[in-house]
Design a protein around this ligand. Sequence first.
Ligand code: PBG
Length: 321
Amino acid sequence: MNRRNRTLRQSPALREMVAETQLSASDFIVPLFVTEGKNIKEEISSMPDYHRLSLDNLKKEANELWSLGVKSVLLFVKVPDNLKDDACSEALNKNGLMMRSIKAIKDAQPEMCVMTDVALDPFSPYGHDGLVKNFEILNDETLKVLSAMSVLHAEAGADFVAPSDMMDGRIGTIREALEQNGYTKTGILAYSAKYASCLYGPFRDALESAPGFGDKKTYQMDPRNRTEAIKETLDDVNEGADIVMVKPAGAYLDIIREVKNAVHVPVAAYQVSGEYSMIKAAAQRGWLNEKAAIAESLTSIKRAGADLIATYFAKEYLKNR
Ligand code: PBG
């Protein structure tokens, strides 16, 4: 034998020396769910240990995350049913919950990179990401709302807008709107390769935003496809995306790697709600070691090529590592 592969594995010191993948706090983008009210911290039934927060608790969360080294949060708002309408007009309310959430974080942690979800599902009575007419999800009409929404987020202080809707042409349209309104420093994190996945189920519980009819397959991608992930991503880069994202993460590691090899912008991956809940549920039953499962899942996403990871596990990982 002239080659012994176990040589480099024989001690913790050696393993640490040759480890190719490291996770750090600045890799994480932490999704936060915001709700109206005071001193609210409601557990999401299908996401054990994860909560919807009112603005006061949102600030506390931002402080804690910052002290752990997290540099970025991604905001989602839960909109009461009585504010949902066909035009998704609450999305364009200058004093809406999203605008107040952005300001709350900036007030608590001015250096925190605030990213905002841009899509219509929380505002739509149908739970779809675009405007709906005769059971169809409209593309070009939706773009107008998304770009107006992005400008409002920028005006409220968002550092990045994160369009998650998968309409065609949205990145270019949003970029143009930001430019025209003088928001030349606002970044765009594009959900470029977003698949029509069953793994978003718990998230839709969190926002009570499950689609009222049909599914999202006319805009989100077919899990059987690889080539169009690259096409979608290259289009978004050409239209002006600063960061591109693959979503979900764990079941799409091949796509993360391929996207990473195809673009010259940072690549993010979103470990989505269903990925979180699967690990949590198995851990609660004693079937998996939770700490190890979290570390392994995040490390694998990074190893696949993600520069940034949106994950509900960031705090738990950073506290217990
Ligand atoms: C909606 C949106 C979804 C997620 C992020 N933005 C759900 C969907 O597309 O139905 C999913 C996130 C998760 O599951 O953690 N625009």
